[in-house]
Structures are given as structure tokens and as C-alpha cells.
Design a protein around this ligand. Structure first.
Ligand code: FMN
Length: 198
């Protein structure tokens, strides 16, 4: 192994695999936005929340990437759900203990969270933390995801979730400025209801 490769591998591991995110020293609640997004809609919502509340942001990624084409993607996602699979994740929050509030975002897949979220929620101890779910969807809103999430982390306080219309299945619909502005409005109203912003 060359020195160059070692350096590359180390950099890649730090950036992609194991995120030790910034600490807040002023005593305020430390907030993380953790999200999974296949086609980009949930990422947009995550970024809007990140800047609205001054959070760290973390992308949940799977070791195996999902098919880009719609039919193979929905077939695989359904198979994972039927098998109650726990897809392996390639990213990990190194300092989860230091967060008090964690926004957890995902697309609605077959009425609930993608199975990667089940893996994520089982990987850490969320006891005593505040969890705030949000999703993008194509009509089913949060579906059964919040109930499913609560079952996985019974010792966390789970607040009101937000469902944002992401559009047609598997397509990136929230990329334009008009769509982002609309997301911003919905997110701001929700965060005010939760008392997260003034
Ligand atoms: C595998 C799969 C299953 C889906 N199942 C549902 C569903 O049950 N209900 C729904 O409203 N939308 C469903 N959708 C649509 C997605 O929730 C929507 O497109 C979402 O915005 C995608 O988010 P993303 O761009 O962050 O990946 C599904 C999409 C995919 C790819």
C-alpha cells in the first residue's frame, strides 16, 4: 500500500464513515439533523432545518447503493420491508451522546421508514433524547413511520413529525427555488409550533 493510498483511505474514512461533529460550547441544546434520502427531496428538507435551528447535519448512507431505476428500487425496498431487513450503514455518528435533540428524516417508503432507518435507530442509545421525525412522501404523509420509530426507541421523547410532499415516487421534485421556499415556510411554521424557533 502506498503512502498516497493510505492518506486517501484515511481521509475518506473520516469524511464518509465516521462523523465526529462539532460541539456547542454555550450550553444550548446540541441539535443533529440525521437524514436518509435516495432521490434528494428529504435532503432539501434536512438542509432547511439545519440552517433554521443551527444544527449539525448527518447523512445516513447504506453500504449497498439502491437501484436508480424506479421499478427495481421499489421492488428491493418492498423486499427489505417484507424481510424486516437491517441494511448495513456506511456512515456513523461518532459522538451521538453529545446531542440532546435529533431530527430524523427519511422518505416514506411503502408506508413507513426505509429499513435503513431501522438500522440507524437500533445503532445508538436514544434514551432521554428528544427525537423529531420528518419525511417526504407522495401522498401517504408520515404513514405508520412515527409509530414504528417510537417502538424502536421507547425511551426517547418523540415530538410532532412533519410530512412534506416530495412528489412522484423516486423523483427529485424539491430542487427548484420555488419548492425550497415552500419547504422553508412549512418548516418554519412547524419549528415555531415545536418552540424550536421564535
Ligand atoms: C421505494 C419507494 C417507496 C415509496 N413508497 C411510498 C409510499 O408508500 N407512500 C408515499 O406517499 N410515497 C412513497 N414513495 C415516494 C417517496 O416517499 C417520495 O418520492 C420522497 O419524496 C422521496 O424522497 P427522497 O427524494 O428523499 O428519496 C416511495 C418512493 C420509493 C422510491
Amino acid at each position: 500500500m502506498t503512502k498516497k493510498f493510505l492518506l486517501f483511505a484515511l481521509t475518506f474514512f473520516c469524511v464518509e464513515g465516521f462523523m465526529e461533529l462539532g460541539a456547542q460550547s454555550d450550553g444550548r441544546n446540541k441539535i443533529l439533523v440525521a437524514y436518509f434520502s435516495e432521490s434528494g427531496n428529504t435532503r432539501v428538507v434536512a438542509q432547511v432545518i439545519e440552517s433554521a435551528v443551527g444544527a449539525d447535519i448527518f447523512e445516513i448512507k447504506t453500504v449497498q447503493t439502491y437501484p436508480k431505476e424506479y421499478n427495481p428500487l421499489i421492488t428491493l425496498a418492498q423486499k427489505e420491508q417484507r424481510e424486516n431487513a437491517r441494511p448495513a450503514l456506511s456512515t456513523r455518528v461518532g459522538n451521538m451522546d453529545s446531542y440532546d435533540v435529533i431530527f430524523v428524516g427519511y422518505p416514506n417508503w411503502w408506508g413507513t421508514m426505509p429499513m435503513a432507518l431501522f438500522t440507524f435507530l437500533e445503532q445508538y442509545d436514544f434514551a432521554g433524547k428528544t427525537i423529531i421525525p420528518f419525511c417526504t412522501h407522495n401522498g401517504s404523509r408520515l404513514g405508520s413511520s412515527v409509530n414504528d420509530l417510537k417502538k424502536l426507541i421507547p425511551k426517547a421523547a418523540v415530538l410532532e413529525g412533519l410530512a412534506i410532499r416530495g412528489g412522484r415516487s423516486g423523483s427529485f421534485e424539491l430542487g427548484g427555488q420555488r419548492e425550497r421556499d415552500a419547504v422553508q415556510k412549512e418548516v418554519d411554521a412547524w419549528l415555531r409550533r415545536l418552540g424550536m424557533v421564535n
